[in-house]
Design a protein around this ligand. Sequence first.
Ligand code: HEM
Length: 416
Amino acid sequence: MSPVPSMSSTLPSLVDPQFVADPFAQLAWLREHDPVHWDEALGTWFITRYEDVRRFFSDPRLSTDRRLARSYRPAPPESWLFHFEQSSIISADPEGHRRWRHRLSAGFTPRAVRRMDQQVRDIVEEFAAPLRGQTGEVDLLAAFTDPIPNTVIGRITGIPPYPGDEARFRSLAQQMMQRFTFFADAAKIERGNAAIEELAEWVMKLADERRQTRADDLLSDLIHGNAGDEALTNREIVVLVAGLVAAGSETTTLGGTQVIRHLLKHPGELARVRADRSLVRNAVREALRFDFGSLAAVNMRFATEPIELAGQTIRPGDMLMLSPASANRDPSVFPDPDRFDVGRDTRDVVSFGHGPRYCLGANLAMQEMACMLEAALDFLPEDARLVEHEADWEQIGIMRRPLRLVVDFGPERRCG
Ligand code: HEM
């Protein structure tokens, strides 16, 4: 039985291109009048108030396991996709989830994070150096914000830094990631499935090598683990690495892109950060709050028990989309929420989730985005200008991802 439609079922669907392009007025309306909204076209509940989003992130009556979706069709057994669906950190039950988190923590010890910190700085510098002194229009997504997060994941994992290999790893990671968006079309699914198989075989081979010879990288840390842990199998290693790639690349690209984009759109705020670099990290968090790629940041849940909320009944098996994009603009938590303000209190931002599934890579992602912004402040001339066209965006379901971030660096400058 499908849920009772809400009063606002006459609203445009969440996939309506106009809503996806500029959702904030409608999100404000939903928060006020229909905070537990049923979207008929998508067959999902859409949760918009801060308090509900934050609570539902860790509500034990809700699961992240996509196999509970009514539309779920299992992948062919023995495909890598099947293993991901059966045994990833996302599909694990609470006990299994605790075990995965513990195992992953072996890759995020203080020593490992220090190593990553230096790797992040080196990688950002690699991509920033050719941008210094540039003139004319430059696509910063292609040249800067897109390659950095995938290169970081590849290098911390232990993918050898040969240019050909890294580019291939990046492209496979991206195809895999796009396959997992809920609204991927058939072509993306097919490309993504092939990418998963290739990536998995690659990581399997590397894992074999690291079993023989330990290196200073995440694969070795995961394989050799915490003292007293049962050894992970190569198959588990592949699922873990694929999970990190899926969770950590596109998200950080989007965050890095949005922080540069919104600072260029708000010259007064950009001037504040230029004048006081201690604002860099808060500017990043503010960009995540203000507009993390419009609706891109939704988090799925599936009800395992009936839930009553705001006059609606959520039934077992129903899908819910939690919307941090909306929660982060809730005026009950963020005064004057539609103002982009790099100095505001961003401690309550829920872009990285909340509770036991709080983003495992949040520190790494913040480090990457802050480093990207620091470098951008150095290579962008004072009069750099954002050049935006509608064609710079692609809509995938309710997500909207930038295809380009074109910035005009201005004419050639003479020294002295
Ligand atoms: C701007 C960048 C990022 C954002 C906004 C982000 C956001 C999130 C959110 C909202 C969740 C919670 C999902 C849920 O409760 O359904 C999450 C989980 C996760 N994130 Fe991130 N993330 C980012 C970058 C990264 C990076 C760089 C990595 C790793 C290298 C990473 C690894 C993970 C993992 C493994 C989980 C699953 C945790 C669990 O289920 O216990 N993320 N992330």
